[in-house]
Design a protein around this ligand. Structure first.
Ligand code: NDP
Length: 281
């Protein structure tokens, strides 16, 4: 019997999730369909309840995108440790007893993509620029990779310090590195990896860091992506001589693959998907 999945958000027409999951389903020979559903303001709870109702949408699982990730967090009857740490849910799954599990695969998707790109994390200095929802979702998975130092910096510095305090209480048991926060002016020295978790590239703007900090870095990863094109941050980093400058399309595919694995018990081949969507990064 065909199982039903979908992505919910607003706007939603631009979402690549239906194409990605349809590709994964064909690749893994899973009998499912996957749609895109617009969520009008204030209607999240009703729309999702209908989707999961066996007499109505009979949905098995769904992805959640902007601006509904917090609504999904509140909707879920059970949360994974990643969803709890992120304070947001990007994946819902109907359990056999009818309850709904909320997970967040964004951060693990990033880690898998960094591994694909051979950007090693253990023992490295990593800088996260940004302290919004995306930043919060990637911190725990990065700490789990036993980075040497994880620094959070944000335009509104207070938010970076608050995130740091929050995760100081949730450090993985085997974490022996440093987690800290600073101001934009306080960012100094060479990082092995700078992660852009701001929405600046959406506005065509690069990182608000001193040129020398970017130039000295080993790699720059922008969570935002442009298919087969550099984001503003990638372009900025390359212009400053950073050879390893990546966009977040691989992360998008990886987080989708992890959702798919949760629902279907099989992890799709993301390399084939990257080739299919002919993405360079
Ligand atoms: P939020 O709106 O929650 O956070 C935005 C962040 O950007 C804040 O830290 C904000 O700082 C900062 N920012 C915005 N404007 C400026 C500016 N002019 N100067 C400096 N900093 C600025 O967004 P999200 O965290 O949800 O998303 C961030 C990015 O991550 C987006 O580009 C999104 O597309 C991408 N993303 C990619 C995913 C993928 O799979 N590839 C998954 C999830 C997100 P302040 O606090 O000071 O306002």
């Amino acid at each position: 019997m065909t199982a039903h999945y979908a992505v919910f958000g607003n706007p939603i027409a631009h979402s690549l999730s239906p194409q990605i999951h349809t590709f994964f389903a064909a690749q893994t020979k899973q009998d499912l369909d996957y749609g895109a559903k617009l969520v009008e303001p204030g209607s999240f709870h009703t729309v999702i309840q209908e989707f999961f109702d066996p007499q109505c949408g009979n949905g098995s699982g769904c992805n959640i995108t902007v601006p509904c990730k917090l609504d999904a967090y509140n909707f879920a009857s059970e949360l994974s440790s990643y969803a709890e740490a992120a304070g947001a849910v990007n994946t819902l799954q109907r359990l056999e007893d009818g309850r709904v599990l909320g997970d967040n695969t964004d951060g693990r998707g990033l880690v898998l993509d960094l591994q694909r790109l051979s950007l090693h994390l253990a023992g490295r200095r990593v800088l996260i620029v940004g302290a919004g929802g995306a930043a919060r979702g990637i911190i725990l998975p990065l700490l789990e990779q036993r980075v040497e130092e994880l620094t959070i910096v944000n335009r509104t510095a207070q938010k970076a310090f608050e995130l740091c305090q929050l995760f100081e209480r949730r450090l993985p048991e085997d974490f022996s590195g440093t987690l800290n926060a600073t101001t934009l002016e306080g960012v100094k020295g060479a990082y092995d990896l700078i992660i852009n978790a701001t929405s600046l590239s959406l506005k065509g703007q690069g990182l608000p860091l001193q040129d020398e900090v970017i130039a000295q870095s080993g790699a720059v990863y922008d969570l935002m992506y442009k298919l087969n094109e550099n984001t503003a941050t990638q372009a900025q980093a390359r212009a400053l001589g950073v050879k390893k400058a990546y966009g977040g399309f691989g992360m998008l595919l990886m987080q989708a693959a992890l959702s798919f694995e949760l629902w279907r018990g099989v992890l799709p081949d993301v390399d084939a998907a990257l080739e299919h969507f002919s993405c360079r990064s």
